[in-house]
Design a protein around this ligand. Structure first.
Ligand SMILES: Nc1ncnc2c1ncn2[C@@H]1O[C@H](COP(=O)(O)OP(=O)(O)O)[C@@H](O)[C@H]1O
Ligand SMILES: [Mg+2]
Length: 329
């Protein structure tokens, strides 16, 4: 059984011009010890998907559908139950590590209070656990680090401390929302390696959210691509990256640095901007930017097309099937 099974998740947000769906009929799962990547341009509903799992949607935000975690439905949880879930089962880290850290309190105060709150342990035991956690996230000289304030660390080290905070409650699932977006490339690689290590050492399940598909290639087991609040394609990482079948996924991959050759054919580049909340196009929301769109794409919401047991797309046109089958890129 999967650790997380989300079915038909729809998130409705209040906007200036009425309610609008930021996430639409989204279904996906994360297995025990699995790393799922979620990618798509800004505004595709990635963060709202994550926040709905923690009961942290913005004011007036509503989620419907089903979120089963460890065998039980959590979408209907009360505020108090969600507090418990955030404390013990699902932890989240953000693009800005200072979202979860206090700038003025020492790392020791923050980590030990967090540990004592969640694990009900003595001060000494909490301090020892804090030292262990800092070593786990590979902070050099953990004892010295305990005495420092978060503001004394670099961005990459701060993100490591935020990960230590997240691990304090021994979650089964860690959601990382753009965890490396603010970091430079070498620091980014270190954080991704750490997440990978945590999965291996602790059988931690991880959901990594990013607008940058390149971040996911070496880290994830599976990837789900989102556009305008819906899944457009998902599959095992190597399959999806080497044999993408949705025009949007193809475009995202062609836009990655190093793929300029593919890009120069210009067939796959994606022009235009993603639609704004409340103005999602009818039918397949991507039809307004899709070079392969047919008249029917404007009318009909695409149904799932299973290409294999673990690779699916939401595109009836599927323009690349012949290209892929003949083996050409
Ligand atoms: N508090 C809010 N109220 C209304 N709309 C919001 C709020 N926060 C985000 N949105 C909108 O919801 C949509 C989805 O946002 P989000 O899930 O943050 O996208 P992503 O993480 O993929 O960039 C976006 O159009 C965004 O502008
Ligand atoms: Mg986001």
């Amino acid at each position: 059984m999967n650790l997380l099974t989300v079915e038909n998740l729809t998130v409705t947000l209040a906007t200036g011009s009425g309610d609008a769906q930021a996430v639409r009929n989204l279904s996906f799962s994360v297995g025990h010890g699995e790393i799922l990547g979620v990618a798509g341009e800004s505004g595709s509903g990635k963060t709202m998907t994550a926040l709905s799992m923690l009961g942290l949607l913005p004011y007036k935000g509503k989620a419907s559908g089903s979120i089963k975690f460890d065998g039980r439905e959590i979408l209907t949880s009360t505020k108090r139950e969600y507090r418990d879930i955030r404390g013990k089962e699902i932890a989240m880290i953000f693009q800005d590590p200072m979202t979860s850290l206090h700038p003025m309190l020492t790392v020791e105060v923050q980590l030990t209070e967090h540990l004592r709150h969640h694990r009900k342990v003595s001060k000494d035991a909490a301090r020892n656990s804090a030292l262990e956690l800092l070593a786990t996230v590979k902070i050099p000289e953990p004892a010295a680090a305990l005495k420092a304030h978060p503001s004394q660390f670099s961005g990459g080290m701060r993100q490591r401390i935020a990960i230590a905070m997240a691990l304090a409650c021994e979650p089964k699932l860690l959601i990382a929302d753009e965890p490396t977006t603010a970091l430079d490339v070498t620091v980014q690689a270190g954080i991704l390696k750490l997440l990978h290590q945590l999965r291996t050492d602790r059988n931690l399940s991880v959901m990594v959210i990013t607008h940058d598909l390149g971040v996911l290639s070496s880290l994830t087991d599976r990837i789900m691509i989102m556009y305008a609040g819906s899944e457009v394609e998902s599959g095992a990482t190597s399959d999806l990256l080497q044999n993408p079948r949705h025009p949007y996924t193809k475009g995202l991959i062609a836009a990655l640095p190093g793929n300029s050759e593919v890009n120069s054919k210009n067939l796959l580049s994606i022009d235009g901007m993603p639609p704004e909340l409340g103005n999602f196009p009818s039918g397949c929301a991507f039809h307004t930017r899709c070079k392969f769109a047919k008249a029917s794409c404007k009318e009909t919401v695409p149904e799932v097309l299973n290409l294999s047991s673990d690779h699916r797309i939401f595109c009836p046109v599927n323009p690349f099937s012949e290209l892929s089958n003949s083996g050409s890129k």
